[in-house]
Design a protein around this ligand. Structure first.
Ligand SMILES: N[C@@H](CCC(=O)N[C@@H](CS)C(=O)NCC(=O)O)C(=O)O
Length: 313
């Protein structure tokens, strides 16, 4: 019994580990209405609702935004970071991937694809991180710095070029390395075959070579002198294998300097906040691996699905 409790704790810990303060204790099932959120002490629900209604009429306040996220996921981190950088208020709805909340009926009604991130504004639901990032950039174009998603057609096309490329390259290759190191021994009950790790590391190396030689070159950022969504989407993927204690940028001074610049642009504290759960994932996963295997068996089908999705088994 104690073992089960320890395992459950570990699973939750992977997701809750150092999540931002506002995230702790929230699940996507926790619903607080905008009225409740904005009601000041002493204000009645009725007067608060009236205030809100008139505010909406006067200022055309749009529906408040909900983001369904788990910061263990790179696409979720890019959306989280961008919303924070632009200072867009949102409700963080935690969908704990490691406990399978994405497969719940309730989340299925929000996203039939059963994946995070998801953005919800009233009845408008948007999936796919890249679509969400562009939507936020365009919606907040008047207040957001232009460089994140430039209005200039050619500059914007450069951002889109990277965003289109990364899906089947850095995204897949970074995740494969993370999943092999983190999940494979857990799911298969054996060490990862050397052939698999060699192939995964080689693919990731190729992706990093292309990031460096084709996209970054000698520029400070992917599209030139200023940071953009392309850098943001790249950096969160590069941080994923770091969750297994692997520094994939070792021996790549140009990319190390670029990572430093992107962190600086995002803000060191915010960057660390977004990556805390993934950076600590390796120790939590090691603890899981050393715990009783009989309880882990229950989780195996779920992990198998993920490994299969990434063509790892
Ligand atoms: N193309 C999607 C990918 C989203 C995605 O793969 N999300 C993963 C986490 S990184 C997920 O929710 N996985 C849950 C599952 O497959 O069970 C995007 O960019 O938003």
């Amino acid at each position: 019994m104690q073992e089960v409790r320890r395992l459950c704790f570990s699973l939750f810990a992977v997701c809750l580990f150092d999540q931002p303060e506002e995230v702790k204790g929230h699940t996507f099932t926790t619903v607080r209405t905008p009225t409740e959120r904005r009601r000041s002490p002493g204000q009645t629900e009725d007067s608060s609702r009236k205030d809100e209604a008139s505010l909406r009429r006067l200022c055309s306040v749009s529906d408040s935004m909900e983001l369904y996220l788990d910061l263990i996921s790179p696409p979720c981190r890019s959306v989280f970071l961008f919303a924070k950088v632009l200072q867009i208020p949102f409700d963080f709805k935690l969908v704990q991937l490691m406990t399978g909340q994405q497969y719940s009926e309730e989340f299925g009604q929000i996203n039939l694809i059963k994946k995070v991130p998801v953005m919800k504004e009233g009845s408008f639901i948007l999936t796919e991180s890249v679509a969400i990032l562009k939507f936020l950039a365009q919606k907040h174009a008047s207040s957001a710095a232009d460089h994140w998603y430039p209005a200039d057609l050619r500059q914007q096309a450069r951002v889109n070029e990277y965003l289109s490329w990364q899906h089947l390259n850095l995204r897949v290759h970074g995740s494969r390395v993370f999943l092999l190191w983190a999940f494979y021994p857990l799911v298969m009950g054996s060490e990862v075959p050397k052939k698999k790790t060699d192939a995964a590391v080689e693919d990731l190396k190729q992706s990093l070579n292309l990031l460096e030689e084709k996209f970054l070159q000698d520029k400070p950022f992917i599209i030139g002198d200023q940071v953009s969504l392309a850098d943001l989407v790249a950096i969160v993927e590069i941080m994923q294998p770091a969750g297994t204690g692997l520094d994939v940028l070792e021996g790549r001074p140009r990319l190390i300097a670029w990572r430093e610049r992107v962190e600086q642009e995002v803000g060191k504290q915010l960057f660390a906040e977004a990556h805390a759960s993934i950076v600590n994932a390796s120790s939590v996963l090691q603890e899981m691996q050393s715990s009783s295997s009989s309880h882990l068996q229950a989780l195996v089908p779920r992990f198998q699905k993920v490994l299969h999705h990434f063509s790892l088994i």
